[in-house]
Design a protein around this ligand. Structure first.
Ligand code: MN
Length: 719
């Protein structure tokens, strides 16, 4: 685990590669100064101390930093560890470099014995000191990286403390600066020291799994390379194993084990130009089906740390999930070097910090945060800005809440209490009313106004971000839908029973429904009412199962044909009709006019019970508040049967019912209810509830019945 020793020569070579004209005189002076200052000093590992500033400076050179920063890297420990006076340093290397070194020295050292509060205070000082000049931060990060790489010679206690601090502060800082390799390395090193057993377990597990899939990965590479060659797209393919800490984090966050993580390995396709990225994506998706929800376009919408790439996961050969990240060479450089890649070295102009919009976030954040008095709140806030996937907001009493980025006031309301979430009616952000779908920003002060009459709405699901809010809204919406369905079912059933002279409440009291529950294997009344509401059970079916005497008006003149037809109809669902734009459970058909598909319809919004569909010709459409009438149309794909009521008046003569039955089956219509009786003046009346496909089908039926011998009149009942 030995670090290769960096020589000053290596640094000079690295610098020449990106700054061929650089004046290295200052750098040499800094090197000599550091060598003299650290002479005779050894690191804990027994290696000459100078190896440390050299290694730190090499990292800075790899990040293409300017000469003063590299000098700062060489000299970063001389003031503190060697007792060199500041004035001597200033004499030797000048004001700029000295300023960086002094700034670094001021970053507070956290004592092992310090209380949590003092520790937090120290973090805060460190961050504020570093924010004065982004170069101080870069030196500090490189310093920390080398210390982490050489942590093995320290005590267990020191290892743990330094690793914890690295995970809390430095890895997120590296991420925020967009230096992905440094973040990964810092995280993995910390993870390894904080939890060696788990680290080893994951490392081995990943190695085995990746080895097992080696053939698949090889095949993917070959297929892609071949295609790129054929289509003349300049693109290089490489593969890499995801870093262990990120795998561990995913396991913890999603509460899954290693077996369930399929993206342990990712391909990287690096193209010459941005436009090739989308061509490559097209090829990948044409070869293998993309896994839904896994495509991310960070080119069109870069991450907050400026990261750009296309990410996709496809079902690769033999069905394995394969992740592919596609980026141009320039994007790749940025992802590797982060902010450093934005630093433009104009000839001899060096690094001009004022140009760098990229760092404004850090200055802005820290400037704002210096006002915060509590170190805990400060750190929380800092942390959240370091984690670009989160936002940090405050309650009106100044309590901090942490939410995923993109969260809304509704998410916030649910973090307070589920009651607050459920009754969240309005939201104020920084004193102003905002829509409930407003995207919360860091530092927003959020106030929720509740209302007793408010309840979670289904469309909230479209914008909430937190799993907790989502789950609670779903549960409430489901409960309400059930309640509405029960109310609707009860209404349908009551009416159906009333027609047969029965009373729902009375039957309920007498326990008569028990037979129905048993007959249809229902768990309880609620179940029964819902079955009626959703059309799984018709009132006629309920009637059939009730213990009761035949209603008096029904005569015994049933033909076998009717019974068969009734049976047939009951086996079919009488729902299945969709009205465009409205979830079907909220749609019901007015029992006055029973509109059928094909006729013009209009919807009436009922309070709490969805939409009732009437025929436009229905007299009821003249009633009710005009704003509650809405335009609706039949869904073109709508299939299914709808109920219509018809009445046939005929001469009272034998065989007539048989004739009607024949006429009905001739046009393939099913009957769900039928009644027939004779009137005093020797006329027969037959009333049917029929199930028809649409208006045309209904008209066919009416015509067919009119032709039956003895029929006097056929009419549709519209009330
Ligand atoms: Mn150091």
């Amino acid at each position: 685990m030995k670090e290769p020793i960096v020589r000053f020569q290596d640094i000079l070579e690295a610098v020449r590669a990106y700054m061929p004209d650089a004046d290295t005189g200052l750098l040499r002076r800094a090197y000599v100064f550091a060598a003299v200052a650290h002479r005779g000093q050894l690191r804990k590992s027994g290696i000459p101390y100078l190896s440390h500033p050299l290694a730190v400076t090499k990292t800075l050179a790899d990040l293409r930093m300017d000469i003063p920063t590299l000098c700062g890297g060489l000299l970063h420990d001389v003031l503190e560890d060697c007792g060199v006076p500041e004035s001597v340093l200033r004499e030797q290397v000048g004001e700029e470099v000295t300023g960086l070194v002094v700034g670094l020295t001021k970053t507070a050292k956290v004592s092992l014995r310090s209380t949590k509060r003092r520790k937090l205070e120290s973090y805060r000082k460190t961050l504020i000191a570093m924010s004065r000049d982004i170069r101080i931060l870069m030196i500090k990060l490189s310093d920390r990286l080398h210390n982490m790489r050489t942590l093995y010679s320290l005590s267990e206690e020191q290892k743990k403390r330094i690793s914890e601090e690295t995970l809390t502060i430095y890895a997120p800082l590296a991420n925020r600066l967009g230096i992905s390799w440094m973040r990964s390395e810092l995280e993995d090193l910390s993870f390894r020291h904080l939890n060696p057993d788990l680290y080893e377990e994951i490392r081995q597990g990943v190695e085995e799994k990746v080895k097992a899939k080696a053939e698949v990965f090889k095949k993917v590479s070959e297929i892609l390379e071949e295609r790129f060659r054929r289509e003349n797209i300049p693109c290089e393919i490489s593969g890499r194993v995801k870093h262990y800490y990120s795998i561990h984090r995913k396991m913890v966050q999603q509460e899954i084990d290693l077996e369930q993580i399929f993206d342990l390995f990712a391909f990287r396709a690096i193209t010459a130009e941005e436009r090739h990225c989308y061509q490559v994506l097209g090829i990948v998706h044409s070869l293998w089906a993309p896994v839904p929800g896994r495509f991310k376009d960070y080119i069109a919408k870069p991450k907050p740390n400026h990261y750009r790439s296309l990410h996709t996961t496809v079902f690769g050969p033999s069905g394995d999930c394969v992740e592919i990240q596609i980026r141009s060479r320039a994007m790749h450089q940025e992802a590797e070097h982060g902010v450093a890649s934005h630093w433009i070295y104009k000839e001899r102009a060096g690094f001009d910090q004022k140009d760098e919009a990229t760092f404004r976030w850090l200055r802005g954040v820290l400037d704002g945060l210096q006002e915060i008095s509590s170190p805990k709140v400060f750190l929380d806030a800092m942390q959240l800005d370091l984690f670009p996937d989160q936002v940090y907001v405050l309650t009106p009493t100044g309590e901090a809440r942490e939410l995923p980025r993109g969260s809304t006031p509704v998410d916030f309301a649910y973090t307070i209490h589920s009651e607050v979430g459920d009754h969240c009616a309005q939201a104020k952000v920084n004193g102003k009313l905002v829509p409930l779908r407003y995207e919360l920003q860091n530092g927003d002060v959020v106030e929720i106004l509740t209302s007793k009459t408010q309840s979670p709405r289904k469309d909230w699901l479209k914008f909430v971000k937190t799993a907790d809010a989502r789950a609670k809204i779903r549960a409430r919406v489901r409960r309400e839908e059930r309640e509405q369905a029960q109310a609707l079912g009860r209404e349908i059933l009551e009416k159906g029973l009333r027609k047969s002279g029965l009373h729902y409440a009375k039957l309920l009291k007498e326990g008569d429904f028990q037979k129905v529950l048993k007959a249809y294997r229902l768990k309880g009344m609620e179940d029964l009412l819902r079955a009626v509401a959703y059309g799984r059970l018709s009132p006629a079916q309920v009637l059939d199962a009730l213990p009761r005497e035949e209603p008096e008006e029904e005569e015994g003149a049933w033909d076998k044909g009717f019974e068969r037809l009734v049976e047939k109809a009951e086996k079919r669902s009488d729902t299945g009709v969709r009205v465009r734009g409205i979830p079907d459970i909220f749609v019901r058909f007015a029992r006055c006019c029973h509109p059928v598909q094909g006729e013009e319809i209009i919807g009436f919004i009922t309070r709490g019970r969805g939409v009732t569909i009437h025929a436009k010709s229905c007299p009821k459409t003249k009633e009710g508040e005009p704003e509650r009438w809405i335009e609706v149309q039949w869904d073109e794909g709508g299939v299914g049967l709808q109920r219509a009521k018809i009445r046939v008046i005929s001469e009272d003569r034998p065989g007539l019912l048989a004739g009607l039955s024949k006429a009905i089956s001739a046009v393939d219509v099913n009957i769900s209810q039928a009644k027939a009786w004779t009137t005093g003046d020797r006329q027969g009346v037959a009333q049917f509830d029929v199930m028809v496909r649409n208006l045309e089908h209904l008209n066919d039926l009416l015509h067919s019945l009119e032709k039956v011998k003895g029929v006097v009149a056929v009419e549709r009942i519209l009330h």
